[in-house]
Write a new protein. Structure first.
Ligand SMILES: Cc1cc2nc3c(=O)[nH]c(=O)nc-3n(C[C@H](O)[C@H](O)[C@H](O)COP(=O)(O)OP(=O)(O)OC[C@H]3O[C@@H](n4cnc5c(N)ncnc54)[C@H](O)[C@@H]3O)c2cc1C
Length: 524
């Protein structure tokens, strides 16, 4: 359905069973699960799908090796099972990836190796490959570009990697195909609970940020899945819970730096298990580049486009320079992006340190009926969605319906594509469409290549089928150019703007995107 038609029909629908606010991993997972159970669902996203944290992850499907070190086995086991689920439902966007932890001290291989054997055990049938001990030669072969000085060997283990923004898009389109209405650039500005003839429903005030038009919707149940912004929506929901709603989220920011693959060619990722300040650092091959990160810095404000702090950048460059055989300089940076983790503030942890904050998800049902979910990680979006629906049933906000088929429901594009299997760490290409490639080929301009594998036809397809409205939607999330090479994204932007202008007939915000590209490069 075209956006204008959708905007027209949404308020005329009557009362929806469920309104989901927020179109990141969490909200989209809830919308798909509920639609698969046959509920009438509407999802509203104030920016673009995955425009918040869900396009800025490290792109790993993982049980969390560091949670293993913290002894949180239940969290690890659940994530390992969900890792297998994502690989199954979206094989065109998610793949297993081998990791190597290099060892520079005698005890590291046995110490980390035993921990990773436990990781294998916890994965059970969902395991992706056996943990192996590598000698120096094998470690150097797996990680060309690793710092050879003092290298003794390493431990190889398996996790998954994915394209986060394209997975979000696949969820949005799959939810739509299952009957949900999903709309980007639709901001929920207020939620009011109304009781009419004993029936409780909520009214949502929505503003279409593309036109400025406002409308209202009604739903029996409202799920607040607005990531780090959940507290703002709780504050705007009337009548408020007794007293002021207590704030749930303490955000922590993570920076990633992208450099060329020649710093570490090959198909393995590198994990430094303990940096100078006790964190982990990844160097992950992804879509033809190498992603270095990340950091974990508490921050109080919630900007849409957070900037990296100078110390964070220095930390990543210094640690990467230590882990690799040649230094990584600011001039080598192709792109850098920053995401905000929605860590949930435990009542007892008011010390400000993010280590004390929960990395598991939390669901709160306010007395006014608003269901808020936040925390967790991308890998577990589906299990979180099941938990949210369970809470909606338990709170009698929705009538109980049996579990849908979200664990086996293959997402759009997951069918047979006839395309050869290409690793996700190779440069972006048509394999990312999976079975949808046949549809893309029907658009005009297949041979008109704009750069980094993107063609005119693909931009037209993004506008017609993938909900793209702006240059940023295309060059940041439908195709990940901004995240891979911000200068190249700026170069390609005018051509993309011209095609979007033809397709949509409205302003694709070229100037805004060109300014954004500067923010994805180090300043000075
Ligand atoms: C640096 C970093 C690295 C990470 N790496 C990994 C990883 O490798 N693997 C992994 O599994 N997880 C990872 N995570 C965690 C994962 O990315 C997040 O848990 C997940 O993306 C959170 O999704 P969300 O939908 O809750 O939030 P978001 O993606 O932020 O979605 C919330 C959405 O709500 C919208 N919104 C806000 N207010 C309104 C409103 N009033 N009306 C309508 N919409 C609104 C926002 O625009 C936003 O799109 C990482 C996180 C960070 C920060």
């Amino acid at each position: 359905m075209k956006r204008a038609e959708l905007l027209e029909s949404l308020p005329r629908h009557g009362v929806y069973d469920l309104a989901v606010v927020g179109g990141g991993a969490t909200g989209l997972g809830v919308a798909l699960d509920a639609a698969l159970r046959g509920f009438s669902v509407v999802l509203l996203e104030s920016h673009d799908f995955a425009g918040g944290t869900s396009s800025r992850s490290t792109k790993l499907l993982h049980g969390g090796v560091r949670y293993l070190a913290q002894g949180n086995l239940a969290l690890v086991r659940e994530a390992l099972a969900e890792r297998a689920t994502v690989l199954r439902v979206a094989p065109h966007l998610a793949q297993p990836l081998p990791f190597v932890m290099p060892s520079y001290r005698w005890w590291q291989t046995p110490f980390y190796g035993l921990g990773l054997k436990l990781y294998d055990l916890l994965a059970g049938g969902a395991g992706l490959g056996r943990t192996e001990f590598l000698n120096r030669q094998q470690a150097m072969e797996a990680l060309p570009g690793v710092n050879p000085e003092g290298l003794r060997g390493g431990v190889k283990y398996w996790d998954g990697q994915f394209d986060d923004a394209r997975l979000a898009l696949a969820l949005a389109r799959s939810a739509e195909a299952a009957g949900a209405r999903v709309l980007n650039y639709a901001e929920v500005t207020a939620v009011r609970q109304v009781t009419d003839a004993g029936t409780r429903a909520a009214t949502l005030d929505v503003t279409d940020r593309r036109t400025g038009a406002s409308f209202k919707l009604s739903a029996r149940c409202v799920v607040n899945a607005t990531g780090v912004w959940v507290d703002a929506l709780r504050d705007r929901t009337q009548p408020a819970a007794a007293g002021e709603p207590s704030h749930m989220v303490s955000p922590s920011q993570g920076v990633h730096v992208v450099v060329d693959r020649d710093f570490m060619p090959g198909g393995h990722a590198l994990l430094v298990p303990r940096t100078r300040d006790g964190r982990v650092l990844f160097a992950v091959p992804w879509l033809g580049k190498l992603v270095l990160g990340t950091t974990d810095t508490p921050r109080k404000d919630l900007p849409r486009e957070p900037d990296a702090f100078a110390e964070e950048l220095e930390f990543i460059l210094a640690e990467a320079g230590q882990a690799l055989s040649r230094p990584v300089r600011r001039a080598d940076i192709r792109s850098l992006w920053v995401g905000l983790r929605p860590l949930v503030a435990a009542p007892a942890s008011a010390d400000g340190g993010t280590q004390a904050l929960s990395r598991e998800h939390t669901i709160v049902v306010d007395p006014n009926g608003l269901v808020t979910v936040t925390g967790g990680k991308w890998t577990t979006y589906r299990a979180m969605a099941e938990d949210v629906l369970e809470r909606c049933f338990a709170s009698e906000l929705l009538p109980r319906r049996p579990s849908g088929s979200s664990a086996s429901h293959r997402l759009l594009g997951a069918g047979m594509s006839g395309l050869p299997t290409t690793p996700l760490h190779a440069a972006p290409g048509v394999h990312l469409y999976g079975a949808e490639w046949a549809e893309v080929q029907k658009c005009q301009g297949l041979g008109n290549l704009l750069g980094m594998g993107l063609s005119e036809a693909m931009v037209r397809y993004a506008a017609r089928t993938e909900f793209a409205q702006t240059v940023e939607d295309v060059l940041a999330r439908r195709w990940r150019v901004l995240f891979l090479d911000a200068r190249e994204a700026a170069r390609m932007a005018p051509a993309v703007a011209a095609i979007l202008g033809e397709e949509l007939g409205n302003d694709p915000d070229l100037a805004g995107f060109l300014a954004l590209c500067q923010r994805y490069l180090p300043s000075g």
